[in-house]
Ligand binder design. Structure first.
Ligand code: MSP
Length: 652
């Protein structure tokens, strides 16, 4: 019988619409590091990732690339696996939603929900956004037909559709969340979900008839299963749920000890509402917890190829190595918050934590041990003047271990890593406190010097134990340079004094060469600029039917000054602006959150249509429209007007 506790961790399955940038790499590296950490803790850990390959958007992307959808997703699956291989991601399974093992079970899940009357057939008529694969009500639309989430045009569709009875399960879900306070972390995200459920859940449309790239509903094949029902099921279809061999499902899910889905904040609702309700309706256990993380943003807002601010993991790994990338990517975002990628931070972070602190400690220590003791030192008794420093280091190391574990157990990776950095600095301080070069001058201090060296080596060993889930190439190198046997590399050997004596390598290479901040930041900026598409993809454009001058004059266009801007509480893709348009201060909602951080636009003069009929967009009043330019590839840029203009100045 297996007595090890089990741990099952998953990334979202990614949409393979384009090359993965550092955002996707973030979640995947985080999960991989947590898996390795759990293994060091003695868990039987399993890690699932994969691709979400169905849906109209995917079919559209394939068409643009002159491929069939299947050709496109096959090609992208290979590219994804190559990236994960480069990043040394140790996943146990890679699920693709176009695989038989998945599709067959999704069909079964759908049929079962139908049998239980949790899914019923109805009709849906509304404005459909192809890009978001979602319907919107009239009051949600911007300007009559624009999607409030992505800003693209919607189409009126009427279709027969199946609905999932979300409403039936809302109370049970709230009760579940209340009884399981750790179900959704961080707490702020949990609160968002609770608020949303409390505001009322409508039944969810869970099938489509307008396209066919997806899983067919078995009993009514003109319907395609809604992409999110299809996608969410992956977490159990990959374990063999519903198949002839469901051993893994029984082991890691039904009888499993811990299951964690790591997701970005933008897809929290699907995981925190639809997924548990699906499981309740299927009468399956809700075994998972959710960790919702923030986003990597760029100085000028979100990552976008056309802004020339996208950076790919391959480029950074190629230039500065795998460990530097894996370290940075999980270090820079703090728990649950968004963070900014900047070339300077990237270089400085590597220099400070890895080159100056850790790398330097290892190289200084190894060279002193060689110089003073010909590479060999043994443990000594604490019977000398410097024992206080050594004892204090031992104490700090013990505390660091506890703090590191607490942080890792709660997915506070940045905190865990800064705990290690503090221990590195404390170990380096032993050198500053004891002046080994002075001790070396006196023969009578030889034993003291040996004890200091021994403590430095043990300090390095403990630090290296903690770094193992992150620095995949460096830590085995350090262990082998210090000739640390495998049995002293685990968490169970994390204690000063475990190794009797050390024999270190004669010469070691610097673990992380120090980088020139200015030069290398510039190099990263150049790489980012080189990712900007040279030529914009062509989009068919047809001039609209002619209008009279009179029609044009009906529009009241004025200069507006943006006084304030904030995210919309209920829609990730919307921003809410407070705009001075001369006549009054207006609230204007705009679907540009994908392209701008709110603060970027404050104090800017913009072009506003002020006589549009006010509408409520996801509950917030919008009294006008801020005009933007849509580039050929669909990116929006707000039209900025010169600063000398005043709010209310007319545009003729
Ligand atoms: N296919 C769905 C997930 C289905 S899971 C049953 C999906 N795919 S996605 O490719 O659009 O996004 C995958 C994940 O990448 C999401 O968790 C999203 O938050 C994350 N990220 C995308 N860009 C990101 C950053 N810039 N920074 C951090 N994570 C980001 O949604």
């Amino acid at each position: 019988m297996n007595l090890m506790k089990t741990f099952y961790i998953t990334t979202p399955i990614y949409y393979p619409s384009g090359k993965y940038h550092i955002g996707s790499a973030y979640t995947t590296c985080l999960c991989d590091s947590v898996k390795k950490y759990k293994q060091l803790n003695g868990y039987d850990a399993r890690f699932l990732t994969g691709n979400d390959e169905h849906g109209q958007k995917m079919a559209e992307t394939a068409r643009k690339n002159n491929k069939t959808p299947q050709e496109h997703v096959d090609y992208m699956a290979e590219l994804s696996k190559e990236l994960w291989e480069l990043l040394k991601i140790d996943y146990d399974d890679f699920i693709r939603t176009t695989e038989d093992r998945h599709e067959v079970v999704v069909q079964k899940i759908f049929e079962r929900l139908l049998e239980n009357n949790d899914i019923y057939l109805g009709e849906y008529s509304g404005h459909y956004c192809m890009s978001c694969e979602a319907y919107f009500t009239e009051t949600q639309l911007i300007d009559g037909n624009i999607c409030p989430d992505c800003g693209l045009e919607t189409k009126v569709l009427k279709e027969e559709t199946y609905f999932l009875r979300l409403s039936k399960y809302a109370d049970r879900l709230l009760e579940y969340i209340e009884k399981n306070p750790d179900f959704i972390v961080p707490e702020t995200r949990k609160n968002e979900v609770v608020q949303f459920v409390k505001s009322g859940l409508n039944d969810l449309s869970v099938s489509r008839t307008a396209f066919d790239w997806g899983v067919k509903v078995k009993s009514n094949p003109k319907h395609i299963v809604y992409v999110w029902i299809d996608a969410l099921s992956n977490y159990i279809t990959a374990l063999g749920y519903g198949s002839d061999n469901d051993k893994l499902y029984q082991k890691y899910w039904v009888n499993g000890d811990e299951v964690i889905h790591v997701v970005g904040k933008d897809i929290l609702r699907f995981h925190a509402i639809y997924w548990p309700i699906m499981l309740m309706a299927l009468d399956l256990p809700i075994k998972f917890r959710l960790f919702a993380h923030g986003w990597y943003l760029m100085k000028d807002g979100k990552m976008s190829k056309s802004k020339g601010n996208v950076i790919y993991p391959e480029q950074l790994v190629d230039a500065y190595g795998l460990d530097a990338f894996r370290y940075y990517i999980v270090r820079e975002l703090t728990y649950g918050h968004d963070g900014e990628f900047t070339p300077e931070n990237y270089v400085k972070r590597i220099n400070t934590d890895l080159a100056n602190d850790y790398g330097n400690l290892v190289s200084r220590t190894v060279s002193m041990v060689n110089k003073y003791f010909d590479g060999k030192v043994s443990t000594t008794k604490h019977n000398h003047d410097y024992k206080e420093f050594e004892l204090d280091l031992e104490k700090v190391a013990n505390e660091s271990f506890i703090n590191y574990k607490n942080a890792m157990d709660e997915f506070k990776i940045a905190e865990a890593l800064s705990e290690i950095s503090a221990l590195v600095r404390r170990t380096n301080k032993l050198i500053d406190d004891t002046f080994p070069w002075d001790l070396a001058k006196e023969e009578s201090k030889k034993e003291v010097l040996e004890s200091v060296m021994y403590h430095l080596l043990e300090g390095i060993r403990l630090i290296t134990i903690l770094y193992q889930p992150f620095l995949l190439e460096t830590t085995p190198k350090v262990f082998s340079d210090l000739e640390v046997e495998n049995k002293y590399r685990g968490f169970d050997a994390y204690q000063f004094g475990q190794i009797e004596s050390y024999q270190v390598a004669k010469k070691i290479k610097h673990l992380f060469p120090r980088l020139d901040v200015e030069k290398e930041s510039e190099h990263i900026r150049e790489m980012m600029a080189s990712n900007k598409p040279k030529e914009e993809p062509k989009k068919d454009y047809q001039v609209k039917p002619e209008i009279d001058f009179n029609d044009f004059t009906k529009l009241d266009l004025v200069v507006g000054k943006i006084i304030d801007a904030k995210p919309h509480d209920n829609a990730d893709k919307l921003l809410v602006f407070t705009v001075d348009t001369g006549d009054k201060i207006r609230s204007i909602v705009s679907g540009i959150a994908k392209y701008y951080q709110p603060k970027e636009l404050i104090n800017k003069n913009v072009l506003v249509v002020v006589n549009l009929k006010p509408v409520k967009l996801r509950g917030v009043l919008s009294e006008g429209m801020i005009l933007s330019v849509e580039s050929k590839n669909g990116e929006l840029t707000v039209i900025e007007l010169p600063q000398n203009l005043k709010p209310g100045d007319k545009i003729n």
